[in-house]
Ligand binder design. Structure first.
Ligand code: NAP
Ligand code: ZN
Ligand code: ZN
Length: 347
């Protein structure tokens, strides 16, 4: 067993502290990765603070992981030592249900095995995430990362990136389409970059007026400050597709009203409280309310090829491990520009 350094929450809502634990020895089909970068997703905060219900502690969060392969099992064919590799939101799934076979492991009928806050298939070993110096997982669930991408901006692609890429692809974002992104945080800013690169006309709906310049620089065509309620009327029935990435409570009916005929609002943010939906907001214009969760391994590979082609990475603020707790508070205050990434050599 290899001992790894990490930062962990020892109980719900407690500040994260240095923590060491053992990773398993790589099995026949496992790869071992020395982690260099780990992004901070708002889902890490929700779980470490138990905002989604009972969680498992000690918890080493982190599911935006990048590093180099250091060991491979004897049966591994996908990676060799030295490869740049990434890990996202899940490290296993049943591998045999129809969704896994279709490359949609995130919707595994048996339930995917998350990268942390869950147990291994043995039911007792806690799975620990990316705020750590190393990780071991089955080769299928690790991703090759194009060496051409700016390494600091890559880790967030493994959750924030794929979580916006997947619905944009599913709902065919492209030329002639009006796409709105609610919330310019870690997820939202990746949505702006992807939707713009796919050719859609992109509007950012943000409650932080100070983010306008950045949004336009990332490729948004329009920026709307939602703290001024005039947008409800001005943008009524405008959009084909709205992606809601907000991590907090939101009046979803306000945003449904911005969809044009047959438009779809996709729920991506997971605030932990139910939305209240007016039937009228849906019936009018035959609108759809949908959801989307991350993306499967094949689609993440497709996204990395897209990123390499268009030179897309995340806008990041690199931090040291001792800044994680401050970063959590800043993210909750919508003060993230636009993803915190931990330099894991500082753990
Ligand atoms: P983030 O970086 O903190 O960004 C969230 C953004 O939401 C903020 O920057 C802010 O944007 C907006 N916001 C926050 N509080 C708000 C409020 N009270 N009213 C209005 N807008 C508010 O978070 P993230 O990492 O992008 O994650 C966003 C959500 O997606 C989280 O709930 C996370 O758990 C969830 N998530 C879902 C999936 C999935 O598979 N579906 C995957 C990853 C994460 P503005 O300042 O621009 O308004
Ligand atoms: Zn995430
Ligand atoms: Zn499955």
């Amino acid at each position: 067993m290899a001992q790894v350094r990490s930062y962990a929450a020892l109980s719900a809502g407690a500040p994260l502290v240095p923590f060491t634990f053992d990773r398993r020895e790589p099995g026949t089909l496992d790869v071992e990765i020395a982690i260099s970068h780990a992004g901070i997703c708002h889902s890490d905060i929700h779980q470490a603070r138990e905002e989604w219900g009972p969680a498992i502690f000690p918890m080493v969060p982190g599911h935006e992981i990048v590093g180099r392969v250091t060991r491979v099992g004897t049966g591994v064919s996908k990676f060799k030592i030295g490869d740049l590799a990434g890990v996202g939101v899940f490290v296993d799934s049943c591998r045999s249900c129809e969704n896994c076979e279709a490359g949609l492991e995130q919707y595994c009928l048996g339930g995917m095995t998350g990268t942390y806050n869950t147990y291994e298939k043995d039911g007792t070993t806690i799975v620990q995430g990316g705020y750590s110096s190393g990780i071991v997982l089955n080769e299928h669930y690790a991703l090759h990362i194009p060496e051409s991408l700016n390494i600091e901006g890559v880790a967030p692609l493994l959750c924030a990136g794929i979580t916006l890429y997947s619905p944009l692809r599913h709902w065919n974002a492209g030329p002639g389409m009006q796409v709105a992104i609610i919330g310019l945080g870690g997820l939202g800013h990746m949505g702006v970059k992807f939707a713009h690169a796919m050719g859609a006309e992109v509007t950012v709906l943000s409650h932080s007026a100070g983010k306008e310049k950045d949004a336009l620089a990332m490729g948004a065509d329009h920026f709307v400050d939602t703290s001024d309620t005039a947008f409800k009327k001005a943008l009524s029935k405008k959009f084909d597709l709205i992606l809601n990435t907000v991590s907090a409570d939101l009046n979803i009916n306000t945003y449904l009203g911005l969809l044009k005929l047959h438009g779809t609002l996709v729920v991506i943010g997971l605030p932990g409280k139910p939305y209240s939906v007016d039937a009228g907001s849906l019936l009018n214009q035959r609108r759809s309310l949908a959801g989307s969760a991350i993306g499967g391994i094949a689609e993440i590979e497709e996204m990395f090829a897209f990123c390499a082609k268009h030179g897309i990475t995340s806008e990041v603020e690199m931090i040291t491990a001792d800044q994680i707790n401050v970063a959590y508070d800043r993210a909750v205050a919508s003060d993230v520009r636009y993803r915190f990434v931990i330099d894991t050599t500082t753990l």
